[in-house]
Structure formats: structure tokens, C-alpha cells
Ligand binder design. Structure first.
Ligand SMILES: Cc1ncc(COP(=O)(O)O)c(C=O)c1O
Length: 442
């Protein structure tokens, strides 16, 4: 029996799929049964080009041998070690490798199993840090409209995507939001960083004044907002946030779950923008998406604030059964090795120009109202269909899948984030397919 025939389940009802139109999917399922490098294989035997690195995570491409072998080997050697009060060498090795890779000053690592858990961890570290310093009145957390920080309660509280928040009660108290930076009126069809909008960071100064700096623990932003539809920060905006937070003793958290590990052509967005946060949140590309894992990098100042009191006492009451799991650690080490060997963390720099030009060649296609790009991220924003928001982009998603291309849509925005191993011919293929699809959309 072929792999494809073998892999098709006969009942789709039991699995309540995440962030999915379940009823639509189950009427016409889209199943992947294999993958290699830039492509998936579907259950009906077709090849689909991965325009989104899975969910922004498969940065080195699919089924890379070094990573597969590392997982196989680790599973046979040490499958699990308790994460609390015990250790194993690979988690320490990985933490050291990450400290070497992250911007100077981020010298300690807490491990998690996902981006959402990394966000919760970062928020809790921030609150507890101030308290450990005797500054416990700093309890407020500031996020941003349209921000995505995963789906747990802290993350949706500081997040700003309405659909992700509105069903879930009162969320965390003591949270406020800065305005988002999307300004198509002034910045539409900008290549790279938009010119206009650094002044939007001044809203933070107003929020700080409103609540008083002595009540604010941390500000969290995605350096490039991904899930909301790729919002590139205006020139100078992130530096302004850094200046304001430093001035008021507020921690700055960068959620680099999407931008981390080479997406912008530098290891992290912090490197790209030359702005170093106090806490950096990562996941996804850390293990090439293969095994769930996240990592939160913090400054020594934060770490050291906890390292007092009797030495037999636990310093920070937080962690997960699978923090630094041996198999995840082995996968992450092999992933970092693959990135290094193939120069993938800076490959985006070489391709960004070609990528940007190619995407912007679609600007005159029907319904296109904006195109944005940075590094190897891109977005094409479509005019919503009257009375049927999201329908047009969803139709594009379905048509692209039929045509052999995986894209991601959010609202009426097509988001693109291909594996970093892609070649120019893949960029051409993505743009050719999109060109045909956009021309045929109602
Ligand atoms: C910026 C950002 N933060 C957090 C998350 C949540 O990650 P996960 O889905 O692994 O929990 C995501 C996922 O897309 C993300 O883009």
C-alpha cells in the first residue's frame, strides 16, 4: 500500500482542529503525508511548495537528515530526564549555544515547549523580577493592538487580535495596549521598513504617564508583527520603544517567535534593528518546528536578581515537565548546526532584494491594496469582499493549495514566510502562482 493511501484516516470528526474552519475542512480535507526540503506531499500524491515554512517554523526546510538523526539517536540514548532538580548535558549545551547566538547581554535561558509558553514565561519573569528587586508595585503589562503572543491567558491579554480575546472573559487585569503601526494611507507598497509612524511609539510615553512608570513592569511587542498579517515597524519605532522603556525602568520584551532564527536575514530581529530587549521570546525555528520547544533569553541583571536567599531554595517557581527535554534539546542543537553549516541565519540578506522585487511585481493585480516585505517575510493585502471579510483571501488560500502552493491567510491578508533554503526559482514559482490566482479571484 502506498504511503498516501495508508495515511488517510476514515473519520475526521474526533479531532477538533486548532485555528481551523473545521466544518469546511472536513468536507474537503487537505492532508499532508510527507515532506522534504521545500515541498510537501499531499495524500493524493501532489507536491506542494511550502510558502510559509509550515507555520513560520521550518526554517531549514523539511526532514533535514541531521535533525532527524539527532532525534533518533537521542530517543534511543536518553529519552527523558526530570526537568526539576535534575539535569542532562544537552540542555546546558543548548543554553550556551543560544547565549552565543543572541545579542550581547542576553545571557540566561529558560526552556519551554511553545511560543505561547515562552510568552507566559517572559511575562512572569518580568513581574517576578521587579518584585525580587523590592519593586512589586510594577504589575502592569503593556502590549499592542494587533499583537499576537500565543493563545494562553497572559498572551491573549497583552495581545491585540480581537477574535483571539473576545470570547475569554476578563483576561489579565492591569494590561494596556499601544496602537498598532499599520498605516496603509501613508505607507502602502513600501519596500522594507516604512518611513512613517515612528511617532506612534510616543503613545507609550502617554500610557506611562497615565499609569505612572512606577506601576509598569514590561512592554511586549513582536519586532515584526506576523500573525496579524505582517506589519513591519516604521523606521526608528523600535529604538524609540527601547529609549522610553529604559528611561522609565520598564523591561522591554521582544517576542521573536516568528522573527527569530534567520527570518529577517539576521539571527534575530534584535540584530536586524540594532535594538536589544531585556527579554527575548523564541520557539518555532529553534527546533525547525520538528519538536515542540521554546526558549526565553534574559539579561544577567534579571537572572541575578533572583539568585539570593538560602542556596537550597528554589529561586523561581516556574517551569514545565518538558523544559529542556532531551529529544527537543538534541533537535535544537542539530537545527542550530544545520543553520550554521548552511549559512541560513543570514541567507535572507542575500535573497531579500529579489524576494521584495518579486512580491511587489504583484502590485497591479486585482484586489491588491498593499504589499509589504522584510527579510524573507512578505504580505499581500487584499481588498475585502463587500459584506464577506476574509472570504477573498481564504479563496486564494484554497486556490493556491490546488495549484501546488501553501500560503497562509489572516483576515484578507496573504502572509508568506518560506523556508530559508529557498532558491530564486522557488520565489519565481510562488509569484507566478500567486499572479494567476490573484487574476482569477472574484
Ligand atoms: C509572535 C508569536 N508569539 C507567540 C506565538 C505562539 O506560539 P505557539 O503557537 O508555539 O504557542 C506565535 C505563533 O505564531 C507567534 O507568532
Amino acid at each position: 500500500m502506498s504511503l498516501a493511501a495508508n495515511a488517510v484516516p476514515n473519520d475526521l470528526e474526533a479531532f477538533w482542529m486548532p485555528f481551523t474552519a473545521n466544518r469546511q475542512f472536513k468536507k474537503a480535507p487537505r492532508m499532508f503525508v510527507g515532506a522534504r526540503d521545500m515541498h510537501y506531499t499531499t495524500s493524493d500524491g501532489r507536491q506542494v511548495l511550502d510558502g510559509t515554512a509550515g507555520l513560520w517554523c521550518v526554517n531549514a526546510g523539511h526532514c533535514r537528515p541531521r535533525i532527524t538523526e539527532a532525534i533518533q539517536h537521542q530517543a534511543a540514548e536518553l529519552d527523558y530526564a526530570p526537568a526539576f532538580q535534575m539535569g542532562h548535558p544537552k540542555a546546558f549545551e543548548l543554553a550556551n549555544r543560544l547565549v552565543d547566538l543572541t545579542p550581547k547581554g542576553l545571557d540566561h535561558v529558560l526552556f519551554t515547549n511553545s511560543g505561547s509558553e515562552s510568552v507566559e514565561t517572559a511575562l512572569k519573569v518580568a513581574l517576578a523580577y521587579h518584585r525580587a528587586k523590592g519593586d512589586g508595585s510594577r504589575f502592569r503589562l503593556i502590549g499592542r493592538e494587533r499583537g499576537y503572543h500565543g493563545v494562553n491567558f497572559g498572551g491573549i491579554s497583552v495581545g491585540g487580535i480581537v477574535a483571539n480575546r473576545k470570547m475569554f472573559g476578563t483576561l489579565l487585569t492591569g494590561v494596556d495596549h499601544m496602537p498598532h503601526t499599520h498605516d496603509p494611507g501613508r505607507n502602502a507598497f513600501t519596500m522594507g521598513e516604512p518611513e512613517h509612524g515612528a511617532d506612534l511609539a510616543d503613545a507609550l510615553e502617554r500610557i506611562v504617564t497615565l499609569h505612572d512608570p512606577s506601576t509598569i513592569a514590561a512592554v511586549i511587542v513582536e519586532p515584526v508583527a506576523g500573525s496579524t498579517g505582517v506589519l513591519i515597524p516604521p523606521k526608528g519605532y523600535l529604538q524609540k520603544l527601547r529609549d522610553i522603556t529604559l528611561k522609565h525602568g520598564i523591561l522591554l520584551i521582544f517576542d521573536e517567535v516568528i522573527t527569530g532564527f534567520g527570518r529577517l536575514g539576521t539571527p534575530f530581529a534584535a540584530d536586524y534593528f540594532g535594538v536589544t530587549p531585556d527579554i527575548m521570546v523564541t520557539a518555532k525555528g529553534l527546533t525547525n518546528g520538528v519538536i515542540p520547544m521554546g526558549a526565553v533569553m534574559v539579561s544577567s541583571e534579571i537572572h541575578d536578581a533572583f539568585m539570593n536567599g538560602p542556596e537550597h531554595l528554589i529561586e523561581f517557581f516556574h517551569g514545565y515537565t518538558y523544559s529542556g527535554n532531551p529529544i527537543a534539546s538534541a533537535a535544537a542543537l542539530a537545527t542550530l548546526e544545520t543553520y550554521k553549516e548552511e549559512g541560513l541565519l543570514t541567507r535572507g540578506t542575500e535573497l531579500a532584494g529579489y524576494w521584495g522585487e518579486a512580491l511587489h511585481s504583484l502590485r497591479d493585480k486585482p484586489h491588491v491594496i498593499d504589499i509589504r516585505n522584510l527579510g524573507l517575510v512578505g504580505a499581500i493585502e487584499l481588498e475585502p469582499k463587500a459584506g464577506q471579510p476574509t472570504q477573498r483571501a481564504f479563496s486564494a488560500f484554497l486556490a493556491a493549495y490546488e495549484a501546488g502552493l501553501l500560503i497562509r491567510t489572516t483576515g484578507d491578508i496573504i502572509a508568506l514566510s518560506p523556508p530559508l533554503i529557498l532558491e530564486r526559482q522557488h520565489i519565481d514559482e510562488i509569484v507566478d502562482t500567486l499572479s494567476r490566482i490573484l487574476a482569477s479571484l472574484e
